[in-house]
Design a protein around this ligand. Structure first.
Ligand code: A2P
Length: 317
């Protein structure tokens, strides 16, 4: 299994299981099945509202001897209502308790956006907290302390722009080792990819298949379908594989970790098998033409009006 290396030589499997939108009642079976097939990397977050069920699946997988803790890579994320010095450690401890683990392999700041502590999903602007009141560097410093306490082996970010990465690098003792962002052929993130290579920061691609199972309020009715694009279909025909497998192989070919979500046993297996597909330079060139700066996860669902946040300062500042 291909891996990405971290600064202390720890290796993260480049391919993992996404769990955003994996419903309770389904995610237990999905995680057990994935581990049996050979998945060794599971991507989680408390806002997916399923970490307790994933924890049960992990416990049972350990008890049944399917895998050992040290052979798994588990990532989770700090939700936006727990930025700031005092909230990071308790939030990580709650995730560890739900996942029934002693430590995470990787803990990420989920968004460079802060909410008031009692808000899970804001409905209006005054439920946000401005980043000048709770600077990302303070939250990062609390993440660093969690590494020192052994609660997580590595720390990183999600949904951070190059500018925010630069600012954080300048204000950190532990350099961020990961940025998890939306990446697929319609949104290739070439500039970020180059920046992260130079800075030795690994990337993880979320929504690699276009996350078509998102709730309607997170969707744009006119959005294109990645799995049905003619170039993806042609490449799949050429390799006698499925469009989803092409998208997974494309990310792995670029050395970007990829975490497709599935709760369907057949597709969990199919996605795992995509790791053996070798795309050619010509395939990569064809797919590179699909870059169209299109985000499925636009950020427009955040009710930013009357807050200090805008889509522009989220993605570009
Ligand atoms: P399901 O869970 O029923 O398999 P993303 O990882 O980009 O968020 O995409 C997840 C969506 O893609 C889900 O709707 C998931 O459905 C679907 N999906 C996962 N694997 C495949 C596959 N191999 N072929 C088609 N759709 C897939």
């Amino acid at each position: 299994m291909k891996t990405l290396e971290f600064s202390n030589n720890d290796l993260m499997p480049i391919f993992g299981l996404g769990t955003w939108k994996s419903e309770k009642g389904e995610v237990y079976k999905a995680v057990r099945e994935a581990i049996k097939i050979g998945y060794r990397h599971i991507d989680c977050a408390p806002i997916y509202m399923n970490e307790d069920e994933i924890g049960k699946a992990l416990q049972d997988a350990f008890a049944d001897g399917d895998v050992k803790r040290e052979d798994l890579w588990i990532t989770s994320k700090l939700w936006c209502n727990s930025h700031g010095e005092e909230y990071v450690k308790p939030a990580l401890q709650k995730t560890l308790s739900d996942l029934q683990l002693d430590y995470l392999d990787l803990y990420l700041i989920h968004w460079p956006i802060a909410f008031k502590h009692d808000v899970i999903l804001p409905e209006k602007g005054d439920e946000f907290i401005c980043l000048t009141d709770v600077p990302l560097s303070i939250t990062w410093n609390a993440m660093e302390k969690c590494v020192a306490l052994g609660l997580t082996k590595h720390i990183g970010l999600s949904n951070f722009s190059i500018k925010k990465l630069e600012d954080l690098i300048a204000n950190s003792s532990i350099k961020p080792e990961m940025n998890q962002i939306e990446i697929h052929p319609f949104f290739q993130q070439n500039e970020m990819h180059e920046f992260c290579k130079e800075e030795n920061i690994n990337l993880t691609a979320y929504s690699p298949l276009g996350s078509m199972d998102r709730a309607d309020f997170l969707k744009n009715p006119k959005e294109p379908n990645l799995l049905e694009h003619p170039i993806i279909l042609e490449t799949a025909m050429l390799h006698q594989c499925t469009p989803a497998q092409v998208l997974i192989a494309w990310s792995i070919n670029r050395n970007i970790a990829v975490i497709p979500k599935s709760t369907n046993p057949g597709r969990i297996k199919q996605n795992f098998e995509a790791q053996s597909i070798q795309l050619s330079t010509s395939d990569m060139h064809q797919i590179s033409k699909l870059n169209s700066n299109f985000r499925f996860i636009s950020g427009e669902f955040f009710p930013f009006e009357d807050s200090s946040y805008t889509l522009d300062n989220l993605w570009n500042d």
